[in-house]
Design a protein around this ligand. Structure first.
Ligand SMILES: Cc1ncc(COP(=O)(O)O)c(C=O)c1O
Length: 374
């Protein structure tokens, strides 16, 4: 069993070359502009629009993903209603609902993709349902066609928590070409998180992508206290503005995206190679961006043992997403309603992956895991 000298954490943020960041800082200094829709933020927005293949009129930046979600839910009119969502996610998906006075209703997940199952969600739709919030867990794409059908059939909004799905694209076939479009351009709205634990980051940050360009002005106002002019405040807004240093970090990291994606792919393949002949460790295969490396074990006891023993080797994996949301006090009313999610949450472990993690270390971690499950 290999014990690593330095700690290997489940992830590590990419940091651009310091000189690149310093050049940008000089620009910030000469602009004398630190926040409030500054020039760096506007550049970041333009570059994101190009990268995602989504018009600039249909995106808005925020200081983190949670506030982006909260404001997104609010402009979509979810306050006071029920929203069907998954318990197999990070707490922010539901916290943002609760904070605007919407009630999460938990439906079970698909055992393959581990994302919300549209058939299970449909069974819970009532006249009180205002929206469905599926999550592209680990960058695995939800059944977007299934949810689109539900949106049309029942007149409910479809809002994706795409926190994990930056760098995931769908193919759009045109007569003369194939276009790439970000997975964020599905449903009524999607949110990407730019937290440093994510594949792509801006120190902290969040992005909303929306179908209806008319909500953009409202979001711009809400992220700045809902102040419309020197003499008008039109709603109860908040402070959710991305600042210039965050935008600069985002610009620097965006340049690196192709390499960041390519490297994660290599890491995934290295794990895959070692686990190929091991029936007791099943890699969850569905993500395009390989943002995470989730593996499933045969039982809760084995997962817990591997998680603990890896720590003794100086490797810090994470039990994303365990406990389930419905195991936490604010959502305990949903406890017991999602048996597939309960089972998978008790057996899943995400292994280290990040740009620069040596492939030999990846193989050694995988060999250790194999040894532990024997
Ligand atoms: C699924 C999911 N939703 C929402 C968030 C919240 O994003 P942020 O940390 O940018 O507020 C995260 C991660 O942090 C997440 O993993």
């Amino acid at each position: 069993m290999k014990r690593f000298e330095c700690q290997i954490l489940v992830t590590r943020p990419y940091l651009p070359p310091l000189d690149e960041f310093k050049n940008g800082l000089e620009e910030v200094w000469s602009n004398q502009w630190l926040t409030n829709n500054g020039p760096m933020l506007q550049r970041f927005q333009k570059e994101l629009s190009r990268y995602l293949g989504v018009p600039e009129t249909n995106i808005a930046l925020f200081n983190n993903g949670t506030l982006a979600l909260e404001l997104g839910y609010y402009v979509m009119g979810l306050a006071g209603g029920e929203v069907i969502t998954t318990p197999f996610t990070f707490v922010a998906t539901s916290h943002a609902l609760m904070r605007i006075g919407a009630r999460p209703v938990f439906a079970d997940i698909d055992p393959e993709t581990m994302c919300l199952d549209p058939a299970k969600a449909e069974k819970l739709i009532t006249p009180r349902t205002k929206a469905i919030v599926p999550v592209h867990v680990y960058g695995n794409v939800c059944d977007v066609e299934g949810f689109e059908r539900l949106g049309e059939k029942y007149g409910v909004k479809i809002i994706y928590d795409a926190a994990h799905a930056f760098g995931v694209f769908s193919r759009v076939e045109r007569v003369d070409r194939v276009e790439k479009k970000s997975i964020g351009f599905c449903g009524d709205m999607s949110m990407f998180s730019f937290h440093p634990t994510k594949l792509f980051h801006s120190c902290e940050g969040g992005l909303l992508v929306f179908k209806d360009a008319a909500v953009r002005e409202k979001l711009y106002e809400l992220r700045n206290f809902a102040i419309r002019s020197e003499t008008e405040c039109v709603d109860v807004g908040t402070n959710a503005k991305m600042n210039e240093l965050q935008a600069l970090m985002g610009i620097c990291c965006l340049r690196k995206m192709p390499e960041l994606l390519e490297y994660r792919q290599k890491i995934y393949e290295a794990y895959e190679e070692v686990f190929a002949d091991c029936e007791d460790v099943k890699l969850v295969p569905h993500s395009q961006n390989k943002a995470y490396v989730p593996v499933l074990f045969k039982s809760f006891a084995i997962r817990e043992r591997v998680y603990a023993e890896l720590k003794t080797c100086n490797v810090f994996s994470r039990r994303y997403f365990y406990p389930l949301l419905t195991d936490f006090a604010p959502y305990a009313y949903g406890n017991g309603s999602c048996p597939i999610a309960e089972d998978l949450a008790s057996r899943v472990l995400t292994l280290p992956t990040y740009y620069g993690l040596p492939l030999d270390d990846v193989k050694a971690i995988a060999e250790n895991v194999k040894e532990m499950v024997k």
